[in-house]
Write a protein that binds this ligand. Sequence first.
Ligand code: XBP
Ligand code: MG
Length: 225
Amino acid sequence: MSGLAALIFDVDGTLAETEEAHRAAFNAAFAAAGLGWHWSMADYGRLLTTTGGKERMARWREERGSGPSDATIAALHGEKTARYAALMAGGGLMARPGVLALVAAGRAAGLRLAVATTTSPGNVEALTQALWGRAAGDVFDVVAAGDEVAAKKPAPDVYALALRRLGLPAAAALAFEDSRNGVLSARGAGLRVVVTPSAYTAGEDFAGASEVLADLTGFDLTRWG
Ligand code: XBP
Ligand code: MG
């Protein structure tokens, strides 16, 4: 794997099936605020095409024709994030198959490891604690997350930021994604991307992906020089 120097992972849906925890946290925050909003799985599946929790709430407001201000949405999102962290800390979350082994294999092979995600740095921290029992900075060399970029996926910004922080050209890295928006983002930054569709993204169009796999079990890094 001479030319490959880094692996860049999406978080939600790729490292673990987290979207049901996100949905539960959103609904709990809505209920606590007495907002009268509730997202079913069908609602959430549709809304997920809008990346970012605040942006997703704003879309729901627009679709309903009225709702809370942007400032209230930001506060609700803070409440949702706290509830999500508590759910992660409660235990029970599993990495998707092959993820822990691939991260360990990448480390052993001397590759640098990064995250490029739409969710917040705090949620990445909660997830690495849940999956590895370690801080995000211990598991990953670089974390590029959420509102650090102006435009979220499918824009290439978050992958471009991860590459900048790694100090590597796109050709030296491989991205791992679960969604069409993620593929568009990674490809926009010039990266090759492997897709493992998740519960909510199965059936999406992954055109542009180098490979689409059921999961990362037995993923062979030596094929990706
Ligand atoms: C994940 C997202 C996120 C999460 C919620 O996209 O879109 O918005 O659903 O996280 P990706 P926040 O896997 O492509 O990064 O509420 O923290 O935004
Ligand atoms: Mg994802």
